[in-house]
Design a protein around this ligand. Structure first.
Ligand code: SAH
Length: 458
């Protein structure tokens, strides 16, 4: 094979038309098929770019001049949009985001999964208000002029930039974080310093139950002790009556992983409650809970529709978290087995089954790829198998067990279209057919994209 020379040179200027968006929200233009990534550029835009970096298979460029704007371009409403990087698509109208996300799913199904002509439906977006949706804030704490600041890490840096207001965050969480920050500052708590590995308060987390209005505060600290802890907790609960639980998590390690291993309740219960549809959930500090509760209902309703239960089925819910999907399905199934790796989440799942009087759901702790093969050996099989894995997708061992077990239906809930496409290919080769895919927008203004696939045994 001949190695082609890149058709562009560093610091040169080119006129291009943007064709696509990458999975991280950059524009893609092509010169003789050679891709150039241009930050902040949108599909359909005609622009002049300056090449900033040239690699063998691709280059980076910067917008120098815009000749024609995308009809979907808007001014990003957030003043710190560029520094933060938490949202990547605020310069694209919400309508434009939904169009882009649908295309992203359809493209990877074809490119990575070699799946052609699969119906990918228009994205189910937030039709009411696609802002202020996040029910969880995890905010790093830093210091400035002796005081504490709560904010975010500037993109590609370890500098904390102060942020009092985040447009995709529930206002309650912003208020809770600022109040907790102020109380800790008043009591002389020092912020954790990454470089010196000294100081105490690393992160403040606030989680808000949209339906119940209940709030959990988690103080993530380097040391088990917090000076004036008792007074701090008293002042938090006095200032914020919606707070039902104050928890401390100790992370002694030099790491950018937020949580440590030790969690203890400082005040109130070890969980807060929320509802999705009619089902009530207890949620503890370490458990995964979808961050956009309004869209979670939309997502789970779609999963339920694709599971198409009659009441006679045995269902396995892999990666079940606190049992959210399991309990949704249990109302319509004969029996549901859920499996999840985080022990606290499984405790929550069991509690949640009891809380809702659901007695046909059973839960197991462990890796789905270990527990489900074990269940299969013991004779537990499923008519419908639901998977909702983290971004890295399903483990190969799990996919192979599904292929052996042969559930009639697989419902694949995915937060990463690329691994969804990869895994659907494995299932297709193992005798399954992808019937349709429904993207659901759980994360407006970010590049993240959720989708549910309906998969059936051929
Ligand atoms: N279905 C749930 C959770 C989905 S998030 C919901 O909608 O709320 C994915 C979950 O998979 C997380 O709870 C995570 O802890 C869990 N997980 C990650 N790797 C796992 C593995 N190998 N086996 C089982 N669960 C795993």
């Amino acid at each position: 094979m001949t190695v082609l020379q890149p058709p562009v040179q560093k610091n040169d200027y080119y006129d291009v038309t943007v064709e696509d968006l990458t999975h991280d929200g950059a524009g893609v233009a092509k010169i003789n098929g050679y891709p150039i990534f241009v930050s902040n550029a949108l599909p359909q835009e005609k622009i002049k770019i300056k090449i900033t970096k040239v690699k063998k298979g691709y280059a980076f460029g910067r917008i120098e001049e815009t000749y024609k704007e995308s009809p979907y371009r808007v001014n990003a409403p957030c003043p710190i949009y560029k520094q933060c990087g938490g949202c990547q698509l605020q310069h694209l109208s919400y309508e434009g985001q939904l169009v882009a996300k649908r295309k992203q799913v359809a493209d990877v199904l074809e490119r990575i999964g070699h799946l052609k002509d699969i119906p990918v439906h228009p994205v189910l977006g937030m039709d009411h208000n696609p802002w202020r949706y996040r029910n969880k804030a995890q905010v790093p704490i830093g210091e400035r002029e002796g005081g504490l600041i709560a904010g975010f890490y500037q993109q590609r840096s370890h500098e904390i930039i102060e942020m009092k207001d985040c447009l995709i965050q529930q206002e309650t969480n912003d208020r809770v974080v600022q109040t907790v920050r102020g109380i800790c500052e008043k009591h002389g708590v020092r912020a954790y310093n990454e470089k010196t590995h000294k100081g105490v308060l690393r992160h403040v987390m606030a989680r808000y139950g949209l339906v119940t209005g209940e709030v959990m505060v988690v103080l993530i600290t380097r040391t088990p002790d917090i000076q004036n802890r008792k007074a701090i907790v008293e002042e938090i609960t006095a200032a914020l009556p919606e707070v039902k639980s104050v928890v401390q998590n100790v992370n002694t390690k030099k790491t950018n992983v937020i949580f440590g291993d030790e969690t203890r309740v400082l005040w109130g219960e070890e969980y807060i409650y929320d509802y999705i549809g009619d089902i009530k959930f207890a949620i503890s500090a370490r458990s995964f809970y979808q961050v956009n509760p309004e869209q979670t209902k939309v997502l789970y309703d779609k999963a339920l529709e694709y599971a198409d239960l009659t009441g006679e089925e045995t269902v396995i819910d892999a990666y079940c978290g606190i049992g959210t999907i399991s309990l949704f399905l249990a109302q319509k199934a004969k029996k549901v087995y859920g499996v999840e790796i985080v022990p606290e989440a499984i405790e929550d799942a069991k509690r949640n089954a009891l809380l809702n009087g659901i007695d046909n759901a059973e839960f197991g702790v462990g890796e789905a790829e270990v527990v489900i093969p074990k269940w299969y050996k013991e004779g537990i099989t499923a008519d419908v198998l639901v998977v909702d894995p983290p971004r890295k997708g399903c483990d190969e061992a799990l996919l192979q067990t599904i292929i052996k077990m042969k559930p009639k239906k697989v419902v694949y809930v995915s937060c990463n279209p690329a691994t969804l496409a990869r895994d659907l290919r494995v299932l297709e080769d193992g005798g399954y057919r992808t019937v349709e895919v429904q993207p659901v927008d759980m994360f407006p203004h970010t590049v993240h994209c959720e989708a549910v696939a309906r998969v059936e045994l051929k």
